[in-house]
Design a protein around this ligand. Structure first.
Ligand SMILES: NC(=O)C1=CN([C@@H]2O[C@H](COP(=O)(O)OP(=O)(O)OC[C@H]3O[C@@H](n4cnc5c(N)ncnc54)[C@H](O)[C@@H]3O)[C@@H](O)[C@H]2O)C=CC1
Ligand SMILES: O=C(O)[C@@H]1CCC=N1
Length: 299
């Protein structure tokens, strides 16, 4: 890591404003990470980003107030943004990650930490594309980082020091929960928290749609669904952290014997919700592993 990085865990957050951060591929996920960082300790001056197109670069620069270069305008955009960075978030689609890592490999500062946010791209693939000893962290974040309520799994590569991992963790912890995990766990984590926000949004869509069919205004139904999922999530996190209740206990507390909720939960069971959720989580996790295999065999 660069000289601007602290040498102790306890001070890494306080010195993080000095870190220079590159966001290569400022799309949905890197944008969500950036929004979380800017809401916390990071200033726009610390960040430089890239996108593929000129139009997107202008739009994102306006949205986040950071410098954004377009690859379409400048073939050197990724290299020039990466060259002076201490932490580089690679935020393009999985099939473009290894090429992007190879593109910037020669210009990176020796201790700069490369953080991939891509599904399916292994530490080994990333390390093979970069200079020997370049610190790498494979991550699986989720988009609620944009509102300070994200979840991130981090897999440190073989050249990432404990301090490198803690520096990245401290940055991200300001906008979510950070878990340092083994790489063997990351596909399962993807199936729950990486893809998971979409499951909650899908549930909200379906709850609102059912409300509309029962005669509610669309806006009212959408608000009821959103606020209910938000409130339930907050309540669950608070109780689980305090050890006062888990999801099943909170669910049971809403279910009056022979009441409305018991009927609803029975309907979920009758329509196969547990099996559907398990199939969805497995499908996401297995797709991650499948993409890894596809990209390995394409080499
Ligand atoms: N969207 C999500 O909720 C999550 C996405 N991810 C991972 O994040 C990565 C990006 O996904 P999204 O943000 O959803 O995609 P996206 O399509 O929204 O963003 C990708 C961005 O990369 C830019 N880009 C493409 N090639 C480029 C290049 N050579 N140089 C500079 N910029 C380039 C595009 O202009 C675009 O802005 C993927 O690898 C995905 O697996 C991980 C967790 C959650
Ligand atoms: O759908 C995807 O492949 C990415 C990874 C996890 C969430 N979105």
């Amino acid at each position: 890591m660069s000289p601007s990085t602290s040498t102790s865990t306890s001070t890494s957050t306080s010195t993080s404003p000095a870190l220079r951060i590159a966001m290569l591929g400022l799309g949905s996920m890197n944008g969500a990470i950036l929004a979380g960082l800017l809401d916390a300790s990071v200033t726009p001056e610390q960040v430089r980003a890239t996108t593929r197109s000129t139009a997107t670069a202008a739009e994102r620069a306006q949205q986040y107030g950071v410098s954004v270069l377009a690859e379409e305008d400048d073939a050197e955009a990724n290299r020039s943004v990466a060259a002076d960075a201490d932490i580089i978030f690679l935020g393009v689609k999985p099939h473009g990650i290894v090429a992007l890592a190879a593109e910037i490999a020669a210009v990176l500062k020796p201790g700069a930490v490369v953080v991939s946010v891509a599904a399916a791209i292994s530490v080994e693939m990333l390390e093979a594309a970069l200079a020997q000893d370049q610190p790498v962290i494979r991550s699986m974040p989720n988009t609620p980082l944009s509102v300070g309520l994200g979840v991130v799994g981090l897999v440190p590569g073989s050249h990432a020091s404990a301090q490198d991992t803690e520096t990245v963790a401290a940055l991200l912890r300001a906008s979510g929960a950070v878990h340092v995990i083994e790489e063997s766990q990351i596909d399962a984590l993807t199936g729950i928290s990486g893809s998971g926000p979409a499951y909650a949004f899908y549930l909200a869509e379906q709850m609102a749609e059912a409300g509309v069919k029962l005669g509610l205004d669309r806006e009212l139904a959408a608000d009821l669904a959103a606020q209910t999922i938000y409130g339930a999530g907050k309540m669950l996190v608070r109780h689980q952290a305090a050890g006062t209740a888990d999801a099943a206990a909170l669910r049971r507390a809403v279910c009056s014997p022979n009441g409305t909720t018991e009927r609803a939960i029975n309907a979920f069971d009758d329509h196969g919700l547990p099996a559907a959720v398990e199939a969805a989580v497995n499908a996401s996790a297995h797709r991650s592993a499948e993409i890894t295999d596809e990209l390995r065999s394409a080499d």
